[in-house]
Ligand binder design. Sequence first.
Ligand code: MD3
Ligand code: FE
Length: 214
Amino acid sequence: MLDLFADETPWSEPLAPGAVVLRRLARENGTTLLAAIDRVAAVSPFRQMVTPGGYTMSVAMTNCGPLGWSTDRHGYCYSPVDPLSGNLWAPMPDCFLALAQDAANRAGYPHFHPDACLINRYQPGAKLSLHQDKDEACLDAPIVSVSLGLPATFQFGGLTRSAPLQKIYLEHGDVVVWGGESRLFYHAILPLKAGNHPQVGPWRYNLTFRRAAQ
Ligand code: MD3
Ligand code: FE
């Protein structure tokens, strides 16, 4: 039978200066990426971190790659070891690195060498308040973000907290590359709506690839 929805070819939409969304780019590889997330989480399980302000984050996180981001009562940092276990984070899976570099190339950032991948897991109601990503020593490199599972509404503004916000709806397989002028834009994720994704279940995952060290 003719399936009008069979064409899964990715397409791109410019978002802001230096930023582009590559719709569905990660969809074909979704199953492979999800299996790799499970292997990373077997080394360093998802955990809800506590911020310096004493709040337990609603998003559960883990990391892979040479450096991982974490927060506790004392601050934020990138470290080669998982503070929960004292062991190294899992190596970055080949399928992660290949996707991050393909996305960066397509967005016009041809020499992207991420050394950190933060993996966020959202349950219904989980959100990320307005923030900037500025704990990385290398702000020339872009950030590549991969959305898997349930859809979410993402908001981004500008270089100040008070800049007007634009909304974008991110679905399974969508990849966003933030570089250049947009690299330090404020952004947030609105509370996740409950649902069930056929391949992923009741969650949303987001991978963010960063160059944390110079
Ligand atoms: C815009 N994660 O982990 S990724 C984060 O969907 C984070 O889990 C969100 O924000 C998530 O820090 C959003 C999209 C993203 C990441 C980095 C950015 C957008 C960005 C850096 C600058 C501007
Ligand atoms: Fe962020």
